[in-house]
Design a protein around this ligand. Structure first.
Ligand code: SF4
Length: 397
């Protein structure tokens, strides 16, 4: 994240946006140092996208820290660890590690989302053997007695290993409190989503992205308060609806697009009213159950409330059904597919999602990016042409 928020000083949301921007500085590790100063001996654990059970970490007093690669930072050493025809995020993450940018972290979690992350996890363990690292196999079988049982054991394993390194022991009480906090965040993010849908001119997607991503290295309760503050401030904005097209932005985003790319889409006349940019923070549909056994509730939420995305098996479900539902709920005019270059999960999913859009008569366009893409003119022109075409299509209908 290199772009500064652009809200003018007298804008009601200027202050909260400034804070959100500060929280994403130094590749998301800026708040980690502050947290560690306040919580002497506390563990901060980094995790790669897309989904990691942050609730579990919070329950044992650990600060979860989302790592999104290095954006447009020059890659000097990270390139030599990977072949050229894969996405950018593993090499930039290695670069961050080798240049000491992640030294404040006490460990890393690599969720099983693709082969690249699996390879990165092995590379990481060889390069940083003294740091704790976990490869988290996420279940792709969603039956409680099979995938659920397995996942529960994985969660207990991670909690136990972190306890051996100084974290609190996993307790029902701690987990219940963390679930409650996560549900507060869920409520706040749902309010943000509703405002984007109802009054998109008050909430540019670039701001919604910044405010959501700002939760990457703070606890859920603190993030919920930040999102609530932003929603309240954005609601105070006056202004009129713009003659823009309403789009859903889909990318199964692991590697993040440059901030400037999101701004370019906005400038091209696209109101991005829904997206999957921040799946790690915004993964669940609905609250985690606060009654009963809390570990079972956490497992159940993953099994039954996780959002459809490329790295998640959908079993008997129909590919694209969730996207069509998202378009319908957001009252969108079209879809923009944006995949990280060489991202196998996203690019293998995309043809099926496009087929679903074609079947439903939903216009779409697509392009690829890398986290260090520096030129957006071509993408802006493509998005502008798409926006014009959708408007013409609607007026002719
Ligand atoms: S961008 Fe795609 S291929 Fe690369 S690590 Fe992420 S999910 Fe895997």
């Amino acid at each position: 994240m290199t772009a500064e928020p652009t809200a003018p000083q007298n804008d009601p949301a200027a202050a909260v946006l400034k804070r959100a921007h500060a929280l994403t500085a130094d590749y998301g590790t800026a708040p980690v140092k502050a947290w560690k100063e306040k919580n002497q001996g506390g563990l901060a654990i980094g995790h790669m996208p897309i989904y990691t059970p942050r609730v579990l970490l919070e329950a044992i007093g650990v600060l979860p820290v989302a790592i999104y690669g290095a954006g447009d930072k020059d890659i000097i050493r990270g390139d030599s660890y990977f072949q050229s025809y894969i996405c950018h995020i593993p090499r930039s993450t290695i670069e961050l590690g080798l240049t000491g940018m992640l030294d404040s972290l006490d460990g890393m979690i690599f969720p099983a989302i693709c082969d690249v992350i699996r390879n990165l996890s092995g590379m990481w363990q060889m390069l940083f053997p003294k740091k704790w690292a976990a490869y988290l196999d996420l279940p792709q079988n969603f039956r409680p007695e099979v995938g659920g049982r397995f996942y529960k054991l994985e969660l207990k394993r991670m909690a136990r290993e972190l306890h051996e390194r100084g974290a609190k022991a996993l307790s029902d009480e701690g987990l219940r409190a963390a679930i409650k906090d996560e549900n507060l965040r869920r409520v706040a993010l749902d309010k943000l989503a509703a405002l984007r849908s109802d009054a998109s001119w008050r909430v540019p997607a670039s701001e919604a992205y910044l405010v959501t991503r700002a939760g990457g290295a703070i606890r859920a309760r603190e993030h919920a308060a930040l999102v609530e503050e932003y929603v309240a401030a954005a609601n105070k904005r006056s202004g009129q609806p713009k003659d823009n097209v309403r789009v859903v932005l889909v990318g199964s985003f692991c590697e993040q697009p440059p901030f400037g790319l999101i701004k370019s889409l906005e400038r091209a006349g696209c109101d991005i009213i829904s997206d999957d940019l921040q799946l790690g923070i915004d993964y669940m549909e609905g609250a985690i159950d606060e009654k009963g056994d809390p570990l079972d509730a956490l497992v159940d939420a993953f099994l039954h409330k996780g959002k459809a995305t490329a790295s998640r098996y959908i079993g008997e479900g129909r590919k694209g059904a969730a996207l069509l539902d998202q378009v319908k709920r957001a009252k969108a005019d079209g879809v923009i597919f944006a995949a990280a270059s060489f991202c196998d999960p996203a690019l293998l999913d995309q043809p099926m999602l496009e087929t679903a859009c074609e079947g439903a008569g939903i216009p779409f366009t697509s392009f690829k990016y890398a986290e260090n893409t520096g030129q957006f003119q071509v993408i802006r022109e493509q998005a502008g042409a798409f926006s014009d075409a959708v408007r013409l299509w609607e007026s002719a209908a």
